[in-house]
Design a protein around this ligand. Sequence first.
Ligand SMILES: NC(=O)c1ccc[n+]([C@@H]2O[C@H](COP(=O)([O-])OP(=O)(O)OC[C@H]3O[C@@H](n4cnc5c(N)ncnc54)[C@H](OP(=O)(O)O)[C@@H]3O)[C@@H](O)[C@H]2O)c1
Length: 289
Amino acid sequence: MERVLISGANGQLGKCLQRQAKHYNEFEFHFLTSSDWDVTDHESTRAVFDEIQPDIMINCAAYTNVDGAEDEREKAFSINADALLGIVNHCNHHETHLLHVSTDYVFDGKKSSSYSETDQCAPINVYGQSKRQGEQVIEQNAHHASIVRTSWLYSSFGNNFLTSMLSLGKQGVDLSIVNNQYGSPTNANDLAYFLLLLAGHSASGNHYYHFCNSGKTNWHDFAEAIFEVAGMVDQVNLAPTDHYPTKAERPVNSLLDCTKIKEHLKEEIPHWRESLANWYDRDKKDALI
Ligand SMILES: NC(=O)c1ccc[n+]([C@@H]2O[C@H](COP(=O)([O-])OP(=O)(O)OC[C@H]3O[C@@H](n4cnc5c(N)ncnc54)[C@H](OP(=O)(O)O)[C@@H]3O)[C@@H](O)[C@H]2O)c1
């Protein structure tokens, strides 16, 4: 049985992986939260690897506050980049396949079509820069790693666009949401499923993959779809806007070309509307309480 170590297990992706773990008898899972294992503490990293001796590690630990990173640059780089050097060294030592999750924010968003794995990276905010540096640490040092870039991740857990919209919807507020930033939302359950598939079908060496749900939308239309699926349309006055100032600049185009992962795993990726409906069928009770 292969031992799978998961860091950042209390984040939204970590929780989705925990939910799916029971379906994978071939894996012995070790879910570690930030209290169990601070990935920036190299001594703690050594102790975790020595104890668990993982065959596979899925790194869900990350600094994910995009606007906060503009003020907390050092912290963002420490978690998203520096910590990876220790992780990679121990993965190499234990012959562990590292599955690392990265982001569409490594791109500048100026391309008119979807981004492939080989497109040039040019992050436009500190969060994106820290995540790109983490990718480079892995690319330059790892023996066996899969870096999976994803976008617009949502679930019932924690603070994400979907949980924010549901919370605002419950308050019955007027909302203006940008309609000039494009991408595809990613149901974190789908990402968890594909990561576990990839864990069982890894190619040797280091590889980048892109994963988001299929189709294309903008934030306003995604919000509208959330309110429709949650039956909240009458509670919210939703309007499109082309201007919503944020501390960190956002890419205009976040769309990822997922051909490589689909062909490698021989698995289709559901459309974002279908996955949103699946989320509602599965999680509505938790999310709407
Ligand atoms: N959210 C998105 O829209 C999005 C988009 C593209 C890519 N991604 C990437 O997807 C991955 C998963 O994101 P997510 O949305 O699941 O993030 P999340 O919900 O913010 O979870 C991140 C987890 O990392 C933990 N963590 C933070 N610092 C740590 C440290 N020093 N040591 C150990 N654990 C630490 C956090 O611990 P606490 O529970 O203590 O806070 C949290 O549980 C990340 O790599 C992220 O960059 C996310």
